[in-house]
Design a protein around this ligand. Structure first.
Ligand code: THU
Length: 132
């Protein structure tokens, strides 16, 4: 954990500025840290087909994976909502698989922050241990 929660939030906020969300206008930014302290950022990218939209959290994790990283630590998610917004169900599964039971830092643009453990967001998760 080489970065403060505030640094991760600031990176997620920067990524959010590039969100491609012309259909929902709901811009999301995420920043995930790798074990060696690198930060990978992501924003949501929407498609005119709607269903092909990818969330900010997964974009951030995919970017790390494409650099050869497969184990991550904490992830920050920033949305311009009154209450910080938790990750969707699909992203919870992916965060669990690649980050494990990490603190998920939820923040809005007005300094409101909440930290929730992944095991609280996704209890009794399915993962690779069931495949062995
Ligand atoms: N979205 C995310 O980026 N992350 C989430 O965890 C929730 C939803 C995006 C997808 C879509 O572009 C927009 O927010 C509205 O659902």
């Amino acid at each position: 954990m080489k970065h403060s929660e505030e640094e991760l939030i600031a990176e997620a906020e920067k990524a959010r500025q590039n969100a491609y969300a012309p259909y929902s206008n709901f811009k999301v930014g995420a920043a995930v840290e790798s074990e060696n302290g690198d930060i990978y950022i992501g924003c949501n990218v929407e498609s005119a087909s709607y269903g092909l939209t990818v969330c900010a959290e997964r974009v951030a994790i995919w970017k790390g994976i494409s650099r050869g990283v497969t184990k991550f630590g904490r992830i920050a998610v920033v949305v311009d909502t009154e209450e910080p917004t938790p990750p969707c169900g699909t992203c919870r599964q992916i965060i669990w698989e690649f980050c494990g039971d990490v603190p998920v830092i939820l923040a809005n643009l007005h300094g409101k922050k909440e930290v929730v453990m992944m095991s609280e967001l996704l209890p009794r998760a399915f993962d690779s241990k069931f495949l062995k």
